[in-house]
Design a binder for this molecule. Structure first.
Ligand code: FEO
Length: 401
């Protein structure tokens, strides 16, 4: 059965929601699902913008035929070749051999790598334009957001921007389509941030370049390839993207991440949390890195200004889940954060120095003026060190406000 929605006059969302896939990219949990967005314009010529993931191909094909209602599909613009958007390209062409595919040079190159047979091609680059009749389009390549080949397509007739992965989000639409139809801060900010930071987070400078280009374009509607369409308050989502892509914390606050084998390091983390809250700072969260997927940890690390890592020494190294978390921060290029480090060890505590080595490889990372070493378990000798760390963190937070 078809399930479509009108975005603006003659433009239809023909994508699909996916609640069956548990892991996006086979890595990131998506307990609230995800949408793969595709859009179909009925102009003098018909134009399809991207396809969808293979998992929802049948729904998508039904949607296309319903909207086309017997018309040919004249053009298919492929803004992004990653298979969560391009997997159904061949299926569309099998049904519509009349279709001319429009994409970038790299886009076509990747099509050959994925063994797609494309006969009718129109290669475009930044600055090129195209008309489907009443609608005119301008193309802007956006390399490394988040693959090398994507472009965005702007309908200069009505200001609709087909933004590829930019401004996307985890979470299925489930009947909604527009950001103004939901409580975005309550229900979509976290999946939006978790999507951005884990999928595109590494490429902040490239996103910054896109934002600069976007500032000069007459954009009225943003149609991303995942999540909600923006037609109001565009400044709001642009501001979030500006913060995330410039590695600017959304809030001055502290994220305490701990690894704990038997509960002793957890006790230290909880004591530190209490001491910080007692000092009046309540923008604080606590995570056990062993039972929290790294994508959530990364999202929170992008959100807050101060990060405390409390970690046992394990095989004379950093406890593996904590090491993976720090490695993920490195991989995603996180910067401009202030750290507090707490190490634990029964005979040779060294995780503090080793975590610092990893953090020092990142850019613009700072430390509060306190560190703590726990020998097996908290005691009356080490408790003052935790209180001193709370003082140092609160002082540093207040300086950043
Ligand atoms: Fe949603 Fe880069 O693909």
């Amino acid at each position: 059965m078809q399930n479509v929605r009108e975005v603006v006059e003659n433009l239809y969302w023909v994508g699909a929601n996916d609640h069956r896939t548990h892991l996006f990219e086979n890595i990131h949990p998506i307990p609230e699902g995800v949408s793969y967005n595709s859009y179909l314009l009925l102009d003098e010529k018909t134009v399809l913008f991207d396809t969808v993931d293979w998992s929802v191909c049948q729904q998508f094909l039904d949607n296309i035929e319903y909207v086309l209602d017997g018309r040919p599909l004249d053009y298919m613009i492929i803004n992004h070749m990653e298979p969560d958007h391009a997997a159904c390209l061949n299926e569309v062409l099998l049904r519509h051999p009349e279709t001319t595919v429009i994409s970038t040079e790299k886009g076509f190159y990747f099509m050959t790598q994925f063994n797609f047979q494309v006969e009718k091609k129109l290669q475009v680059a930044t600055g090129d334009t195209f008309s489907s009749g009443k609608h005119n389009f301008a193309f802007v390549e956006i390399p490394m957001v988040h693959w090398p080949e994507p472009m965005v397509t702007l309908d200069t007739t009505n200001g609709v921007l087909f933004s590829a992965d930019a401004f996307g989000s985890f979470k299925a639409l489930d009947g909604k389509l527009f950001a103004d139809e939901v409580d975005w801060d309550r229900d979509w900010l976290e999946p939006g941030r978790r999507y951005y930071t884990n999928i595109v987070g590494k490429y902040g400078p490239h996103v910054q370049a896109v934002l600069k280009v976007a500032a000069d374009l007459p954009i009225k509607v943003i149609c991303p390839l995942h999540g909600l369409v923006w037609r109001k308050d565009l400044g709001y989502i642009l501001d979030k993207y500006d913060k995330w892509s410039s590695y600017t914390p959304e809030k001055v606050g502290v994220m305490i991440s701990y690894a704990s084998m038997y509960g002793h390091t957890e006790e230290v983390a909880q004591l530190l949390a209490s001491e910080i809250v007692k000092r009046g700072e309540t923008e604080l969260s606590v995570f056990d890195v062993s039972n929290t997927h790294k994508s959530y940890l990364i999202s929170e690390a992008f959100r807050l200004s101060h990060l405390v890592l409390a970690c046992p020494t394990y095989n004379l190294g950093v406890y593996p889940p904590m090491k993976e978390f720090i490695a993920d921060m490195q991989a995603l290029n996180l910067q401009n954060r202030t750290f507090g480090l707490i190490e634990n060890g029964t005979w040779a505590p060294s995780s503090g120095a080793l975590m610092r080595e990893m953090i020092d490889e990142m850019r613009e990372m700072y430390y509060v003026d306190a560190e703590a070493t726990i020998v097996s378990a908290l005691n009356h000798n080490t408790r003052p060190d935790i209180e001193a760390m709370a003082d140092a963190i609160v002082e540093s937070m207040r300086k950043q406000k």
